[in-house]
Design a protein around this ligand. Structure first.
Ligand SMILES: CCC(=O)SCCNC(=O)CCNC(=O)[C@H](O)C(C)(C)COP(=O)(O)OP(=O)(O)OC[C@H]1O[C@@H](n2cnc3c(N)ncnc32)[C@H](O)[C@@H]1OP(=O)(O)O
Length: 342
């Protein structure tokens, strides 16, 4: 991958190898230049809704922010990834320019209400020499819906560096997007009306994430499989080299997409009657661009007691491990009358 010019990054460069670290600010405004110019307007038009809206918090007071919603799942609970991403934005706003997000741990303690905004109250737990920790409460109706701790570190290179090897899969150019797969399925002449309805509803949803399943029959649970899933994922729209803190917030949003469902893959004879993320932990390992295709490798090492443990690894196309995450969720299921025909 050609080395890219360094953008405002979480204290570290946007490139894959350079080690110069420019100032870092969590500036969500359009990049420099004449905001009226056609190029800036084009960028603004193409700018990801995640940047212009979902992760663009309104400052209410010192360390108090308000977030709005863009897309809400059919469960009509706020999407967990949105709350995590917004909480990380709030935490990052009070962190110095030479620090970058390296981990977050959170619990989802109440369902998010899509009818009202979310307030994010940041507590400045500690500013250490190398590590800075923030605690964030996402609040609705006066009650926490999420409690999150996030940690930021100075860049401190080390000779200890290793990672697993990225799975060998077809590149995104050789695969179809979820929308293309749904249109392909809708084109089948013998498709039952009720499936058409459901699939058209899926097409109508404006999810600010693009995905390309590596193995669609597994991704859509048409066949039973081991609890492993692979798909390419990126934020819709343009974000640019911008700022690594912002890319971490977008990756936090993305990381909760389709993750918990990995634990259901071996059970096509069951469907979730109630499924919700209980907690979510994430670690950021290297620089990456969340508006470029990354491979999301998901697996579930364990399920039981109406819970499922799922883990994910986000890989850059050049094989560098960008981020890892772990999550446990409630999974209450009931038998389906017939397996999904997707
Ligand atoms: C992609 C995944 C996501 O984004 S999920 C969104 C992020 N996560 C969340 O919103 C979870 C937030 N946390 C919570 O809502 C609560 O802490 C949860 C996890 C529900 C636990 O609260 P708790 O008061 O103990 O609820 P609960 O487990 O008793 O009931 C929760 C809902 O489940 C139902 N339930 C209960 N037992 C069963 C059962 N045996 N079979 C089927 N359903 C069951 C309850 O009726 C209850 O449903 P409801 O909420 O009343 O509609």
């Amino acid at each position: 991958m050609a080395e890219r010019k360094v953008g405002d990054i979480c204290g570290s460069s946007a490139s894959t190898t350079s080690d110069d670290h420019p100032k870092d600010t969590l500036d969500l405004k359009p990049e420099d230049g004449d905001p009226e110019s056609p190029e800036a307007q084009k960028d603004q038009d193409l700018k990801s809704v995640l940047v212009t809206s979902v992760l663009n918090l309104e400052e209410i007071d010192v360390d108090l922010y308000r977030g709005t919603h863009h897309w809400v799942p059919r469960t009509q609970r706020l999407f967990g990834g949105q709350i995590i991403g917004q909480a990380l934005v709030a935490a990052a706003k009070s962190v110095g320019d030479n620090l970058y997000a390296h981990s977050l741990h959170c619990y989802f303690v109440r369902a998010g209400d899509p009818k009202v905004p979310v307030l994010y109250q940041v507590d400045r737990i500690r500013d250490g020499r190398s590590f800075t920790v923030r605690s964030v409460r996402a609040i609705q109706h006066g009650q926490p819906i999420l409690i999150c701790q996030a940690s930021f570190q100075m860049l401190q290179p080390s000779p200890l560096q290793h990672q697993f090897t990225m799975p060998a899969v077809p590149p995104p150019e050789d695969l179809l997007t979820a929308e293309e797969l749904i249109r392909l399925y809708l084109s089948k002449p013998d498709l039952a009306e009720k499936y058409k309805l459901g699939l058209n509803k899926l097409l109508a949803i404006e999810v600010p994430i693009e995905i390309k399943p590596v193995n669609p029959p597994v991704f859509y649970k048409v066949t039973a499989s081991e609890p492993k899933n692979l798909f390419w994922v990126r934020a819709r729209g343009y974000i640019g080299e911008g700022n690594m803190k912002l890319h971490c917030c977008v990756a936090a949003y993305v990381s909760d997409f389709a993750l918990l469902g990995t634990a259901l893959l071996p059970y096509p004879g069951y469907r979730a009657q109630f499924a919700a993320s209980l907690d979510h932990a994430m670690w950021f390992h290297s620089t990456f661009r969340s508006d470029e295709w990354m491979l999301y490798e998901c697996e579930s090492p364990w399920a039981g007691g109406s819970r499922g443990l799922v883990q994910g690894r986000l890989w850059r196309r050049d094989g560098v491990l960008a981020a890892s995450c772990s999550q446990e969720g409630v999974l209450r299921v009931k038998p389906v009358t017939r397996p999904s025909k997707l």
